[in-house]
Design a protein around this ligand. Structure first.
Ligand code: DX5
Ligand code: ZN
Length: 214
């Protein structure tokens, strides 16, 4: 599987050190969780921080916007140099338009689903999106317990994608570790996000390798 370590669990006083570790690792992406205190009950970091770290990071930036009105920030995300911009299904009234705007800005378009949002709601847009981010915790915080139902959602999404003959990737975010990672790989996930499992690990590089090998 591909691995996208989540910077949310890094030491914010030592971001350069932690990004250097990611650069030296086998990680495929760097996951950046932007929170606005409205869509989710927490505030993380925004564009000043992302713009400061982007030049240090050699991995493609995987931005996950947990904010309302994400369509208003597409050009600012693009200007960070991000490769992927993921918006929440629940935050977009005109999801089709937002996805088109993200692609027109030159980025891959991702759509995130909260735990209570069924994957079947994506059937009419699956061929237009590059990635589905299945939330396996309620968004807003790192270090939460994996919601088992996410495994069924990944299996169902895998069937939908294969049936449609599209190349949309399945990314899973929240509570990923060696145990849940193995089960997600078996269910058909392409990418896992890992915050605490990587950054709170005695050996973050090995933790990344463990997930990569699945
Ligand atoms: C939660 C974020 C996640 C978070 C995952 O709202 O979207 O990306 O950093 O953290 P862990 O892997 O610790 O559950
Ligand atoms: Zn995330």
């Amino acid at each position: 599987m591909k691995v996208s370590p989540s910077l949310l669990s890094a030491n914010f006083a030592c971001l350069e050190r932690d990004i250097d570790m990611i650069n030296r690792s086998e990680a495929d992406l760097l996951h950046l969780d932007v929170m606005d205190g409205v869509f989710v009950p927490n505030i993380s970091f925004g564009f000043p921080v992302i713009n400061a770290i982007a030049p240090m990071c050699q991995k493609p930036l995987d931005t996950h916007l947990m904010i309302v009105e994400p369509q208003n920030y597409i050009s600012q995300v693009r200007d960070t140099g991000a490769s992927i911009m993921t918006v929440h299904y629940e935050a977009c009234t005109h999801l089709h338009r937002v996805v088109q705007q993200i692609r027109n800005a030159g980025m891959l378009a991702g759509v995130a689903l909260n735990p209570a949002t069924p994957v079947s709601l994506l059937v009419d847009i699956l061929s237009e999106i590059d990635l589905v981010l299945v939330m396996s915790v309620n968004p807003g915080f790192g270090g939460q317990k994996f919601i088992e139902r996410a495994l069924d959602k990944v299996s169902e999404l895998r069937r939908m994608i294969d049936q449609a003959g599209v190349t949309t990737e399945i990314e899973v975010d929240g509570g990923v570790n060696a145990d849940t990672g193995a089960r997600l790989a078996a269910a058909g996930a392409d990418i896992v996000v890992a915050g605490n499992y990587v950054f709170k690990n005695d050996s973050p590089i090995e933790a990344i390798n463990t997930l990569k090998a699945m």
